[in-house]
Design a protein around this ligand. Structure first.
Ligand SMILES: Cc1cc2nc3c(=O)[nH]c(=O)nc-3n(C[C@H](O)[C@H](O)[C@H](O)COP(=O)(O)OP(=O)(O)OC[C@H]3O[C@@H](n4cnc5c(N)ncnc54)[C@H](O)[C@@H]3O)c2cc1C
Length: 364
């Protein structure tokens, strides 16, 4: 294998995973992001990874062919070993399973029945109509049944990022805490191919650049003559505390999905609910309310719960192209961005794809 000097721009789930994976395979990697300067916590408008719930819906994906399906399958195959390697004592990391997705109508229930038959080997099981999969705190709307996925679930995104940063340090990946202002093709004969200009005035040269800057990616490639427009889609999340009662989360899955909304129980009395899908970059109170009411289907105990924390973040959605954008735009100019709603899920498969691309890049 050729070893390259590689700069990864953006240290969210995709960029940090990619930097770690490349370094493990012998490349000389630096990771650049002004957010590396800040502690990872949830307040204000957040980058996708920090805002996200880390839900991995790989096996319940509706399509059974195409790039989206292949990437999901690859990521789901990689996650268990990634978690084993990344997990550390200070930030325990685990894949929390299973996931239950409830059908909202008869047509969806029929589709789920098909999937359960086809994907038994992937751990899918049908939940029959009117059976209540959640025992301790009952869930009222199960008249159409649903799908139980034993291997889907979630990874906690804050722990994931902390584990990735620790793993990057172990691999001696230099972490630069500044934004990249622009990228230039290098004219040095026989030298590195790409020049990076940082906000602090430093210039760096590298064989390859991997752009994982989500909504910041477009501005970096535009001056080089590449247009990959993206639009922001905002997502809000709330952390609810339930009024103490005799019930607990026993019988609940790690993730319950109803009306397209994810619910993740934690502690004895808390529940994360997310995420809204709002065009633009300003949170709407109406969307938040609709999510909390689960479009009128929320049970009484959920209505009475108190919001103890809320946050929102931005997803980058490619315009007129499918998510994610995985492309080698020119030799050594690699795009791994625009993951929209599935950047955490797809981080391992995206990192692996980038590594394969580097095999075609010649060294300086
Ligand atoms: C509320 C919410 C819930 C979500 N839930 C899930 C979920 O359950 N499962 C799932 O898989 N996905 C989920 N997503 C989507 C997921 O979060 C994103 O797809 C994913 O985080 C994208 O990761 P990323 O590394 O590409 O981008 P980000 O995490 O957005 O990171 C991009 C980084 O690039 C940096 N950057 C930008 N410009 C520059 C520059 N010029 N120089 C240097 N650095 C730069 C930024 O500072 C930022 O840190 C959710 C998103 C939201 C908002």
């Amino acid at each position: 294998m050729n070893s390259h000097t590689v700069a990864v721009i953006g240290a969210g789930a995709v960029g940090a995973s990619t930097a770690w994976h490349l370094a493990k395979h012998g490349h000389h990697v630096i990771l650049i992001d002004p957010k590396l300067n800040e502690p990872i916590k949830r307040s204000g408008t957040l980058p996708g990874t920090t805002a996200s719930l880390g839900v991995l819906m790989g096996h319940v994906f509706r399509r059974t062919s195409g790039r989206g399906w292949r990437l999901r399958q690859r990521s789901m195959a990689l996650w268990p070993s990634w978690i084993e390697e990344l997990n550390n004592q200070e930030n325990p990391l685990q894949l929390n399973t299973p996931l239950i997705q409830l059908a909202s109508c008869a047509a969806e229930a029929t589709q789920m029945e098909q999937l359960a038959k086809q994907r038994k080997h992937l751990g899918l099981e049908l939940i029959s109509q009117n059976s209540n999969p959640c025992l301790g705190r009952s869930w009222p709307h199960t008249q159409h049944g649903g799908l139980l996925s034993h291997q889907d679930g979630y990874v906690e995104p804050i722990s994931l990022q902390k584990c990735l940063r620790a793993a990057l340090q172990k691999q001696d990946v230099e972490q630069i805490k500044e934004p990249v202002v622009y990228i230039e093709r290098s004219s040095a004969i026989g030298g590195a191919r790409w020049l990076l200009h940082l906000a602090g005035g430093t210039n760096l040269s590298h064989d390859a650049i991997v752009i994982c800057a989500a909504l910041g990616s477009e501005a970096l490639i535009e001056p080089l003559g590449h247009s990959r427009p993206m639009t922001p889609v905002l997502g809000q999340v709330i952390d609810l505390e339930l009024i103490s009662d005799q019930n607990n989360w026993s019988g609940w899955p790690a993730v319950l999905v109803s009306h397209g909304i994810n619910m993740i129980p934690h502690g004895t009395n808390q529940l994360w609910i997310g995420a809204t899908l709002e065009p633009g970059d300003q949170p709407s109170k109406c969307c938040l309310k609709a999510m909390q009411n689960l479009e009128g289907d929320a049970p009484d105990w959920l209505h009475k719960a108190k919001v103890i924390k809320q946050w929102h973040g931005l997803r980058g959605r490619p315009i007129e192209r499918p998510a994610p954008l995985l492309e080698q735009l020119e030799p050594g100019l690699i795009l791994a961005t625009g993951h929209y709603r599935n950047g955490v899920l797809l981080a391992p498969a995206s990192a692996e794809w980038v590594k394969q691309q580097l095999n075609c890049v010649t060294t300086s």
